[in-house]
Unconditional design. Structure first.
Lengths: 112, 113
């Protein structure tokens, strides 16, 4: 069966520090991968998606970047965090040709 | 640009009640509509997926309907239980969107004993 792993679960980082959140999917190949953010009082917003290794599409301009170095690995990064980067970050995947999306357990990021 | 709205924002009901959560979307050219459950501090659990060609889907005490022409979906929960307490989110996938989802703000459901 397919599973998705996100880590860390919780992170507190100072303003200006770098960020790296990792997401891996098991039990499937060539998935579509997504990063969403859920900010306080706001709905889930799509940040990045990827349909293959090295293929990244950004949905909103921001202080973050994403990379997909391997088929089932999706990384969210920042060189210098801002207070506004605080939020709950969720990784999701979908099998190519399927229509159902599945989500990880999320990372709670607090920038102080 | 797709916009998804969920009503009500919060709902509190006694155990055993049947209830309906509403979701509306502005662009009827959707690929599918998915209902999720989110417990506090947790990720999203997929509850039901309705393809654009379908009218409804059922899973246990849950039934979701889809009316593309009116831009509406409803999630019906029968015989609610305290364990149903969570935030319920609906999300629409666009027709040519690589599976990108547009989410509503969610309905916070509390079922009290």
């Amino acid at each position: 069966s397919q599973t998705i792993h996100q880590w860390p679960a919780t992170l507190v980082q100072p303003v200006g520090s770098p960020l790296s959140l990792e997401c891996t999917v098991e039990g499937t190949s060539n998935p579509n991968l997504y990063w969403y953010r859920q900010a306080a009082g706001r709905g889930l917003q799509l940040l990045f998606y990827s349909v293959g290794i090295g293929q990244i599409s950004s949905e909103v301009p921001q202080n973050l970047s994403a990379s997909r170095p391997q088929d089932r690995q999706f990384i969210l990064s920042s060189k210098k965090l801002l207070l506004s980067d605080s939020g709950f970050y969720l990784c999701a995947w979908r099998t190519t040709g399927s229509t159902e999306a599945f989500f990880g357990q999320g990372t709670r990021l607090t920038v102080v | 640009k797709q916009e998804v709205t969920q009503i009500p924002a919060a709902l509190s009901v006694p155990e055993g009640e049947n209830l309906v959560l509403n979701c509306s979307f502005t662009d009827s050219a959707i690929y599918n509509l998915q209902w999720f459950r989110q417990d506090p501090g947790k990720g999203l659990t997929s509850l039901l997926l309705i393809q654009s060609s379908q009218r409804e889907q059922t899973s246990g005490r849950l039934n979701a309907s889809l009316d593309k022409s009116s831009g509406r979906s409803t999630l019906y929960i029968a015989a609610s239980q305290p364990g149903d307490s969570a935030t319920y989110l609906c999300a629409a996938a666009g027709g040519t969107s690589y599976g990108k989802l547009t989410f509503g703000q969610g309905t916070i459901l509390t079922v009290h004993p």
